[in-house]
Design a protein around this ligand. Structure first.
Ligand code: HGY
Ligand code: MN
Ligand code: MN
Length: 410
């Protein structure tokens, strides 16, 4: 094995300690002190790897290794180091640290590549704090709009305000964009976050495509009232509508082959045991690798919400938080990953569709993208129990190393 899996593992565990909570979950939201500490640790690792390091206008950390042809377009790799609330140590972090490890080994083995390679730790892939994600990769793709920075967190702080407080100038986000001709390809190593690899008893897979997430926020408003003194037939209780809507969402999503629907955030106002809710707010995350199927499910849910709210005399509002198209992975890069797998001693890597979203989706219309998956224990992720073995992380990084060599010399 070319890569140093002990060093990779030590770094993974060290990064995983930043933002860790009593229950073992990791919480590192963008533009917070914990994220800054994590970024500074990643910068130190990039420097140890001999990379030239810079932080761009949106806070992406970029470590660059030069190639022999200074005019050649760059190979990008990396992932994110922000997390969901109470997340794991591997989601995103493994992609950043495995990329650094691969480049550090090239440096130590004095391996030259024609193309330069850049490792990027993208800002805010998860969207956990502001409900709008992948802002670092959107900025690199040149698709992040100034109005996107108006999304607010639960303390009503906008992305732009949080950026300013962290020392960034929101008006300069355009400077982070990479012109399409400057980039040759993007490849990312990530944990699978599902059970396909475990079911195949395989450590590594290659990804054929990434399902597109659609995030909405529903706000239903009725009339708050006394829980004891208000007869059932004299209420405008939004919770009664929500009860019908939630069972419709789960029933309808199951009619589709690959669609998934998740209600992950829920808020009741004013929120008291003896108060009929005045307002109920909930999030909806819809995904499918088939965009038309996902959008059909979205339409059906919207129509149903309208009918139910009419029935219970409830006002409703549906806010779009983010809509990301599903992204195909390049077949050339898939072949390079399959070849790298054989070099690493893995024949017949399983082909997997990613249900989870990733930064590479922001690039799929600008340059070819590819992804390598590493097995997740019991398919668990976005949880303190998220885990991948050192061996699997090592062999995944070995596959990334040989993939990067092929792409950077192609
Ligand atoms: O939501 C996702 O799929 C990813 O974890 N951001
Ligand atoms: Mn995630
Ligand atoms: Mn991730």
């Amino acid at each position: 094995m070319e890569i140093n899996s002990d060093r990779l593992w030590t770094r993974l565990m060290a990064l995983g300690e930043i933002g860790v909570r009593d229950n073992g979950g990791v919480t590192r939201f963008s533009f917070t002190k914990d994220e800054r500490r994590a970024k500074d640790l990643v910068i130190a690792y990039m420097k140890e790897a001999g990379l030239t390091v810079r932080e761009d206008a949106i806070g992406n950390i970029i470590g660059r290794r030069e190639g022999t042809d200074s005019k050649a377009s760059v190979i990008l790799t990396g992932s994110h180091i922000d997390t969901v609330p109470d997340g794991g140590k591997f989601d995103g972090a493994l992609g950043v640290l495995s990329s650094i490890e691969a480049l550090q080994r090239m440096q130590e083995l004095e391996v030259q590549t024609i193309r330069p390679i850049e490792v990027i730790a993208f800002t805010d892939e998860e969207g956990s704090r502001f409900g709008f994600g992948m802002i670092g990769s959107r900025a690199i793709a040149g698709t992040l709009r100034h109005e996107d920075l108006e999304h607010q967190d639960e303390q009503h702080i906008s992305i732009a305000e949080a950026m300013r407080a962290a020392g960034f100038a929101p008006e300069r986000i355009g400077e982070a964009a990479k012109p399409t001709h400057e980039v040759n390809a993007y490849v990312e190593l990530h944990i699978e976050q599902g059970k396909v690899l475990e079911n195949h008893n395989q450590p590594v897979a290659l990804v054929t495509g990434i399902a597109g997430p659609l995030w909405q926020q529903f706000t239903l408003t009725g009339q708050a009232g006394h829980a004891g003194a208000t007869p059932m037939n004299m209420r405008r209780d939004p919770m009664q509508a929500v009860a019908d809507i939630l069972s419709y969402i789960y029933r309808e999503a199951k009619q589709f082959t690959n669609a998934v629907a998740t209600v992950g955030k829920f808020r009741i106002v004013p929120g008291g045991v003896n108060i009929i809710p005045g307002q109920v707010q909930f999030s909806l995350d819809l995904r499918d690798i088939d965009e038309s199927a996902r959008d059909l499910l979205e339409t059906r849910i919207g129509d149903y919400v309208s009918q139910v709210c009419k029935k219970y005399d409830i006002e409703f509002q549906i806010d779009l938080l983010q809509r990301v198209a599903p992204a195909p992975c390049s077949t050339d890069i898939q072949e390079a990953i399959a070849h790298a797998g054989r070099i690493a001693g893995l024949s017949n890597l399983p082909y997997v569709v990613s249900g989870a979203g990733h930064d590479g989706m922001q690039f799929s219309s600008s340059w070819p993208i590819g992804m390598i998956f590493v097995r997740s224990q019991e398919g668990i992720s976005h949880s303190p129990e998220e885990w991948s073995s050192q061996d699997d992380c090592g062999v995944g990084t070995e596959v990334l190393y040989h993939t990067l060599l092929q792409l950077a010399n192609g």
